[in-house]
Design a binder for this molecule. Structure first.
Ligand code: GTP
Ligand code: MG
Length: 196
């Protein structure tokens, strides 16, 4: 898929505020700081379109970006360890889950996993939440520029083995780096196949 145009549309605090035209939505979800906003910028080749930070908890609302006038990328707040209050984290969690369950336009949810860290309960819980609600899921392992190729393979195997306790068949996955554009073509082609 060629990115001809990408623009920020709006930030919403609940589903009823989200854009009302029913275009397919591709959602980026994962722990705070995993690299959701960076990945969106990398895919779109727009360094500053979605705001990023080294401090977890940057994205706080449901952000819609309109791509080529025919689909949305949706950037969500992270779960897990955002540097914010417990009540804020709960609010984001409810907002996210409500959006995922009730948006009628979800084409695919990408859950992003930091390739460097062992399987986290909160990731497995979110992945299983998506499974229970029979929503479409792919995984993206992020920050692959940070470790060796052999460690990438080992860590993916460890994660998939853990997921094997709950899932059959296992969800498809991509590996990515927002620093060197690894994964860009594969992810965009996949999106293109889905909207065709
Ligand atoms: P929240 O909005 O807080 O949930 O975070 P996020 O998931 O949107 O993460 P964000 O894109 O803001 O990136 C967090 C930090 O990780 C930033 O310092 C990025 O520069 C860094 N980062 C993101 N992706 C990569 C990557 O592929 N490689 C490396 N080395 N760093 C990355
Ligand atoms: Mg973000």
């Amino acid at each position: 898929m060629l990115i001809k145009e990408a623009k920020f549309i709006k930030s919403s605090s609940k589903l009823s505020e989200c854009p009302s035209n029913r275009l397919p939505e591709f959602v980026f979800l994962g722990r705070s700081n995993v690299g959701k906003s960076s990945l969106i910028n990398m895919l779109l080749k727009r360094k500053k379109l979605s705001k990023t930070s080294s401090k977890p908890g940057k994205t706080q609302l449901i952000n819609h970006f309109l791509i080529n006038k025919n689909l949305y990328f949706v950037d969500l707040p992270g779960y897990g360890w955002a540097k914010t209050s417990k009540s804020n984290r709960k609010k984001w969690d409810e907002m996210t889950k409500n959006f995922l369950i009730n948006s009628k336009n979800l084409s695919l949810i990408f859950i992003l996993i930091d390739i460097r860290i062992p399987p986290q309960k909160i990731d497995i819980d979110y992945i299983n939440f998506i499974g229970k609600n029979t929503l479409p899921l792919n995984l993206i392992f992020t920050k692959c520029d940070k470790i060796k190729k052999t460690s990438i393979e080992n860590n993916i195997n460890t994660f998939m083995n853990e997921l094997n306790n709950y899932w059959s068949p296992l969800p498809d996955y991509f590996i990515s780096s927002s620093h060197n554009e690894q994964g860009r073509k594969g992810i965009l082609n996949h999106i293109n196949e889905i909207i065709k």
